[in-house]
Write a protein that binds this ligand. Structure first.
Ligand SMILES: NC(=O)c1ccc[n+]([C@@H]2O[C@H](COP(=O)([O-])OP(=O)(O)OC[C@H]3O[C@@H](n4cnc5c(N)ncnc54)[C@H](OP(=O)(O)O)[C@@H]3O)[C@@H](O)[C@H]2O)c1
Length: 284
């Protein structure tokens, strides 16, 4: 039995592999997968098995997966295209007879107003249809998503957003990775749906206050309407569809898309999630 982690060349997957090792899973029972396998030599040197995994290439999936394996499917990076990519992984997992599939979905996938949620809803439906023993890891926002906001705060003394007083229960990638590793290495998670988020849901006012504390300077919340946000983003070079997509995320936050604090993450990780100020300090 192996634990196969896709996306291990990326930020989250790599942290999941590290967490598995920290939890005492023997390195030879862990398979780190990704397309850019050259990124995995450090892990290979520590005894972790490395596999080239390309969601668009079923042969790589068949080669990486074995009967009884546990598999973490880290959601792909290309909205739309990733639906078929995820299906390819589910098909290969079925062929191999994996014992457990974990999928990194999105917080409250059933009713999330985030545009990104549609792919996750569809993949969750595909997972149910596949009949695979599965666990849904519905991840909320990474606090790291606000690295750019921190840079803006440093440069201008303000954070521009159109999320109003919407709250974000963010957690760090390391927090989400700890929960994922606990599930992969643990027992009894088949069929579970975990709503993973930070212990505390903060507003952009509170983000500005946290940034001020970390940067040691005044930081205000520059409140924008959605149209003003789009205009600001196109003004710094984003194309209009991307600007609308980004501003749409803030609109969804204003509607409460990311404010759930279920405690699932800290329960699984066995520790509180990283407080906002501490996470921003790490980013700074
Ligand atoms: N919750 C949030 O706030 C949030 C924010 C951003 C993204 N996400 C989602 O969470 C996922 C993980 O986040 P992250 O920060 O770790 O992203 P990341 O650093 O960009 O890593 C993405 C990983 O996915 C792999 N991947 C993408 N397409 C693939 C394909 N077609 N075949 C095989 N591997 C593929 C990449 O492998 P290679 O690089 O080797 O090709 C990489 O290892 C993202 O892919 C995205 O779906 C969530």
């Amino acid at each position: 039995m192996s634990i196969v982690v896709t996306g291990a060349t990326g930020h989250l997957g790599r942290l999941v592999v590290e967490e598995l090792l920290t939890r005492g899973v023997p390195a030879e029972e862990v398979v780190a997968g990704g397309r850019r396998v050259e990124e995995l030599t450090g892990l290979a040197g520590r005894g972790v098995r490395v596999a080239r995994i390309d969601y668009d290439d079923p042969a790589t999936l068949d080669a990486a997966l074995g009967t009884g394996d546990r598999l973490l499917l880290v959601s792909g990076s290309e909205p739309g295209a990733r639906l078929q990519q995820h299906r390819n992984v589910l098909d290969a997992a079925t062929r191999a007879g994996v014992a457990l599939l974990g999928y990194t979905s999105i917080l409250r996938a059933d009713d999330s107003p985030l545009a990104l949620a549609e792919d996750h809803r569809q993949t969750e439906a595909d997972i149910r249809a596949s009949g695979l023993p599965a666990v849904l890891l519905r991840n909320g926002w990474y606090t790291e998503n606000y690295a750019q906001a921190l840079q803006e705060a440093q440069a201008t003394g303000s954070i521009s957003a159109s999320a109003g007083d919407g709250r974000v229960a963010s957690a760090t990638r390391a927090d989400y990775a700890a929960a994922a590793a606990a599930v992969l290495a643990g027992e009894g998670h088949e069929g579970a749906v975990y709503e993973l988020s930070g212990d505390t849901a903060w507003t952009i006012d509170e983000l500005a206050a946290a940034a001020a504390e970390v940067l040691g300077r005044e930081v205000s919340h520059r409140r924008l309407t959605t149209d003003e946000h789009v205009a600001t983003l196109t003004g710094v070079g984003l194309d209009e569809p991307t600007a609308r997509f980004v501003a749409g995320m803030d609109a969804a936050i204003a509607q409460g898309a990311l404010d759930s604090t279920t405690g699932d993450l800290s329960r699984l990780a066995g520790r509180p999630t990283t407080p906002l100020v501490e996470a921003l300090r790490q980013l700074a």
